[in-house]
Ligand binder design. Structure first.
Ligand SMILES: NC(=O)C1=CN([C@@H]2O[C@H](COP(=O)(O)OP(=O)(O)OC[C@H]3O[C@@H](n4cnc5c(N)ncnc54)[C@H](OP(=O)(O)O)[C@@H]3O)[C@@H](O)[C@H]2O)C=CC1
Ligand SMILES: CC(=O)[C@@H](O)[C@H](O)COP(=O)(O)O
Ligand SMILES: [Mn+2]
Length: 379
């Protein structure tokens, strides 16, 4: 039995992680679940999966559900609650599926506690990749990718020598506005932006896909997960999201990972690695698909991707600031406070004000995150 805890159990990745766990009741047990504010769904999950420890995002919500909990279940709240679920109890693996850099402190705590990490929460690596990866190496814990592109690269690298890698390429669907001109983007609505062509995901990452910020975050995530310089990380437009990413080796061979878009596959692989288990995901028939298409990435059409890569190359707190500005700008767009194109403008303006700390410790990361959010909220 492998014991699993999940941060963000009520979200898109969290619920699919529980789907995977439910498919293998003899192999997995749930140790802890942390949700934000969807207490109705959390209570259903508690009944079904019987965790020993649970958490919600505030003390008020915790008091609301306290009397509905089965006897013996420990209840926590807030950021402290996230840390309790991440590092307390006796889980083997933590799936980090909260949205945003709120996942950083708890992910570090889980690593300190010796938990293996199934990492969906890419913002954690973008905000403080050097702290997370250095600590994981020191503690001897595995950080296994859940993000579809990174799971693909991880699978392509299985058994390969690092020095044989020529480069890796992350595929990008292009998001909801793939075929829109810059001019057309001026008028788009929140509802339009939330219609991703291939994936059903939480609202923040769906907007990130539409701005191409998601691919920028993923380039930085790949840099930290695979220890590759930015010059060896490429992006290509692939509207069908069938090839999830690929690696080119020095002998010119390319190895790619393919499949229908279904996050249960990378989630399960992160939980069963190095083994592969059966999955209910729909099998891919290439003869039915017929044709796969690719386009060169257009960095003028998608300037946020260029900016993210520049921040990654500049290093230090630049990616922390990029991420924090984006989180605030996306939240403001989702609240209908700013137009779509203002998201990338806010990120750019914030970065113009940013004073880089080259080798930030946790306190400096948190300070940068906080002050950037303040600024991005006012712009
Ligand atoms: N969805 C996908 O297919 C993919 C997602 N990812 C990454 O995975 C992460 C999660 O994405 P996704 O599942 O789409 O997001 P969702 O918005 O669907 O889910 C977010 C989860 O985090 C919880 N949450 C939010 N704020 C807090 C908080 N302060 N304390 C505790 N819990 C909180 C939410 O709780 P509640 O709903 O109860 O408020 C919810 O359970 C992101 O980093 C994303 O980039 C990566 C690849 C694919
Ligand atoms: C499912 C997943 O991993 C998402 O990050 C997905 O990649 C988003 O797709 P695009 O950012 O390519 O539109
Ligand atoms: Mn992805």
């Amino acid at each position: 039995m492998k014991r699993i805890s999940i941060l963000g159990s009520t979200g898109s990745i969290g619920t699919q992680t529980l789907d995977v766990i439910a498919m293998h009741p003899d192999a997995f047990e749930v140790e802890g679940l942390a949700a934000g504010s969807n207490t109705a769904l959390l209570l259903e999950q508690i009944q079904r999966f019987k965790p020993r420890r649970v958490s919600v995002s505030s003390k008020e919500l915790a008091e609301e559900i306290r009397t509905s909990l089965p006897e013996g279940v420990e209840l926590f709240s807030g950021n402290e609650g996230l840390v309790e679920i991440a590092a307390g109890g006796d889980a083997d693996t933590l799936v980090t599926a909260v949205m945003g850099s709120v996942g950083l402190q708890s992910t570090l705590a889980a690593i300190d506690a010796g938990r293996h990490i199934g990492l969906a929460n890419k913002e954690t690596l973008v905000t403080a990749g050097h702290l997370v990866t250095e600590r994981a190496v020191r503690k001897g814990v595995q950080v296994l990718p859940v993000d579809s592109e990174h799971s693909a690269i991880f699978q392509c690298l299985n058994g390969e020598n690092r020095e044989d890698i020529a480069n890796i390429t992350l595929t990008a669907s292009g998001g909801s506005f793939r075929d829109y001109s810059r001019d057309q983007l001026k008028e788009v609505t929140v509802e339009d932006a939330l219609r991703h062509p291939n994936w059903s995901m939480g609202s923040k990452i769906t907007i990130d896909s539409a701005t191409m910020v998601n691919k920028g975050l993923e380039v930085i995530e790949a840099h930290w997960l695979f220890g590759l310089p930015y010059e060896q990380i490429q992006v290509i437009l692939h509207p069908e999201s069938i090839i999830h990413s690929y690696v080119e080796f020095r002998d010119s061979s390319i190895i790619a990972q393919l499949g229908n878009p279904d996050m249960r596959v990378p989630i399960q692989y992160a939980l069963t690695y190095p083994d592969r288990w059966a999955s209910p995901a729909k099998r891919l028939s290439l003869s039915q698909v017929g044709q796969l298409t690719f386009r060169e990435m257009d960095y003028v059409r998608f300037p946020a991707l260029k900016l993210a890569i520049e921040c990654g190359k500049a290093g230090g707190t630049n990616t922390t600031a990029f991420n924090a500005a984006n989180e605030i700008a996306v939240a403001r767009f989702l609240r209908h406070e700013i137009p779509f194109l203002r998201i990338e403008e806010i990120i750019e303006e914030v970065l113009q004000h940013h004073v880089t700390v080259a080798f930030p410790d946790l306190e400096q990361i948190e300070y940068c995150d906080y002050t950037t959010r303040e600024l991005a909220s006012k712009l």
